[in-house]
Design a protein. Structure first.
Length: 314
């Protein structure tokens, strides 16, 4: 699905078994270790963001744009009846869908299966916050932490950053807050970066309170400035989720595709980050990861039981 890397693409099956405050690190072999995200704390409360502009396209689709702290967010919404299965490559890019694979029948079959669930894109009604962190710290890996569990493929060493991940995806079933109390939270996400420079881009779902589940995406740069966005995609427990992130260096663009395959609804989004501090300011391709964690230091980790990840590729 548009995965390019100095190394061969990996297809991974991950199962995370996590109980409240009983989360360990996992080792999955010599080339990948569990990773701990020590930089992202989603504790702030997002506020509603007004649309900066709306562009109506020739086919009736719309692109909603937002300018937040010198970063540009776009939320493209295709017209009614749009199908990614029959769309052109240009239309897929215009509406921020994962690209259709070329010359690889097995990848194309997986892409067709994922896109067959699509019914419509939710109209954006986003909330967001920015955070000035001053200095970003890289992930700690491998290790043991009481707030997360996950899998990551990371660089060998600072002198041998062999990875150059530009896309990552994964599927999971939305976990349930089985504790049933407020103040407990959990987020499941795929991500790029966070290990070499501290720059990290991630997308997934967040469980804020009992029976309150939202799609989200986030972009943190190498100095710790953070943009977090709650989408208008509402998710229910046990829904089947598909998450995709990519980065295009040619135009400094992150693409986020968050799809609820149970309802057929999706949220497509792009971020053009600030890019005035060099090539690694917003993008760090050293790591691709699949993480479940406690999103805020002020909350408790929900007792979500077991999460099985599938279709994990980078």
């Amino acid at each position: 699905m548009g995965f390019k890397n100095e190394k061969s693409k990996k297809i991974i099956s991950v199962v995370l078994m996590v109980m409240v405050l009983n989360v360990g690190a996992f080792s999955f072999g010599s080339s990948a270790q569990a990773v701990s995200n020590s930089t992202v704390q989603l504790g702030a409360i997002p506020t509603a963001i007004s649309t900066s502009s709306t562009q109506v396209l020739a086919d009736g689709g719309q692109i909603y744009s937002y300018n937040i702290d010198n970063m540009t967010i776009t939320c493209p919404v295709p017209p009614s009846g749009f199908s990614p299965l029959t769309a052109t490559y240009a239309q897929l890019a215009e509406y921020a869908f994962p690209p259709r694979p070329k010359n690889n029948p097995s990848e194309l079959a997986l892409w067709n299966q994922e896109m067959s669930y699509y019914k419509a894109t939710v109209k954006p009604n986003i909330s967001a916050y920015t955070k000035k962190a001053g200095t970003a710290s890289a992930m700690n890996y491998p290790g043991v932490d009481n707030s997360w569990a996950g899998y990551g493929d990371y660089y060998k060493s600072y002198s041998q950053p062999v990875n150059n991940w530009c896309a990552v995806q994964g599927d999971f079933v939305q976990p349930t807050n089985s504790s049933g109390t407020s103040g407990n939270s959990e987020c499941s996400w795929v991500g790029l970066g966070g290990s070499l420079t501290g720059a990290l881009s991630q997308a997934g779902t967040i469980m804020n309170n009992p029976d309150a589940y939202d799609g989200f995406y986030e972009c943190m740069d190498a100095i710790g400035d953070d943009l977090y966005v709650n989408t208008s995609l509402k998710v229910s427990k046990s829904d089947k989720m598909h998450i995709y992130i990519s980065y295009q260096s040619s135009n400094n663009l992150f693409n986020y595709y968050i799809a609820d395959n149970s309802t057929g609804l999706a949220s497509q989004n792009t971020i053009t980050p600030k890019n005035n501090l060099g090539p690694f300011y917003a993008y760090d391709g050293s790591t691709a990861e699949w993480i479940d964690e406690m999103p805020s230091i002020t909350d408790n980790l929900s007792n979500f039981g077991k999460i099985s990840w599938a279709n994990c590729q980078a």
